[in-house]
Design a protein around this ligand. Sequence first.
Ligand code: PLA
Length: 452
Amino acid sequence: MKTNDFSSSSSSSPSDRRIGALLRHLTAGTDADRVSSVFASPTSGGAGGSVFAHLVQAPEDAILGVTIAYNKDPSPIKLNLGVGAYRTEEGKPLVLNVVRKAEQQLINDRSRIKEYLPIVGLVEFNKLSAKLILGADSPAIRENRVTTVECLSGTGSLRVGGEFLARHYHQKTIYIPQPTWGNHPKIFTLAGLSVKTYRYYDPSTRGLNFQGLLEDLGAAPQGSIVLLHACAHNPTGVDPTLEQWEQIRKLMRSKGLMPFFDSAYQGFASGSLDTDAKPIRMFVADGGELLVAQSYAKNMGLYGERVGALSIVCKAADVAGRVESQLKLVIRPMYSNPPIHGASIVAVILRDKNLFNEWTLELKAMADRIISMRKQLFEALRARGTPGDWTHIIKQIGMFTFTGLNPAQVSYMTKEYHIYMTSDGRISMAGLSSKTVPHLADAIHAVVTKAL
Ligand code: PLA
């Protein structure tokens, strides 16, 4: 009988690679013999003990774990700048007015039912989502070369896209920027791809390492997949200029590299939905193929509704049709079909001109408030004479500032000032308000003058 070597990835199938990755994941830091004995005798708990007794306590998630620690802190001055979740000036979560109106419409419509959606989700939502990201006049949409499936927010869209590529694309390596959102490497590894990085951020300039990026993508094997943040790069807040995007596009197309855009912040970076989608539209305009994962968590404030979409732009309509048929085979055994409520809210807003316009105003107000927080924090540090160059706070874009604070400084700020953020020094500007800026500025000033 053939025994599978799950550790070799070059010749194995996607499912072998996935199981191999899972196995490595499960056995990391544990005794492999103990794990195999559990597999050999799955119900033996020994002397009434649990069959799970061997489990080690897993660490909390690097981002979501920050909220758990924050919730446990009884201090009245505590401040959560960890997860990227928008807060009002009063520090409260925000449900957009248009979302409330759309939900009211849905409730009032007695003809609405709760049947399963198709595997691909709400079809009208899918069409409207493609238009939103690619542009209403996109030639790819006109020529029916785009297939869009509703997925579980941005994360689910990345996961489905990753698994589709692992099954059907000839190259199994995806290049992700260094650094990137912490969930990217896990999502793609478990989807069955192997993950490599390309240089992106230069800590010395707190800007883009454009030369390093071009060198690394230039050296990537022909056809490799490349994960690109469409805008508001997380965690750095550093985006390429449109001229740089054009160079990236040329290089990638010349080497047949497959773009996989992660669009988690459309409208949140500049305040304009069209401006933030420009890099993607540049790649679509050249007629080439690409994937894009969209999230409505941030731009519509639908975090917990888990609503997003995966679009695959193909070269021909018949190919797009076959791609969709295969996406269904990825989705069906994963979660069968997606939820109905969030996608219905989005569809109501995107289809109605008035609601759509109202949404763009609310979105712009959120983006503007974040930009104003950048200015206020920068001014507050200047007023305190805090040593160092803090101009990156106003230069960076989107939800986050990559402060440059080190893990020891972060932990000092948490301990002494009850300010919570990820250990890489990322702060969510959307979690700040005019009232809390002085507290944060005091903490930063104290920590950088302490030489930790
Ligand atoms: N892609 C990027 C680049 C992200 O930053 C996030 C969310 C997602 C995808 C996924 O979002 P979704 O599944 O909710 O649509 N990043 C957050 C939250 C805002 C998180 O880590 O889950 C963050 O704080 O980084």
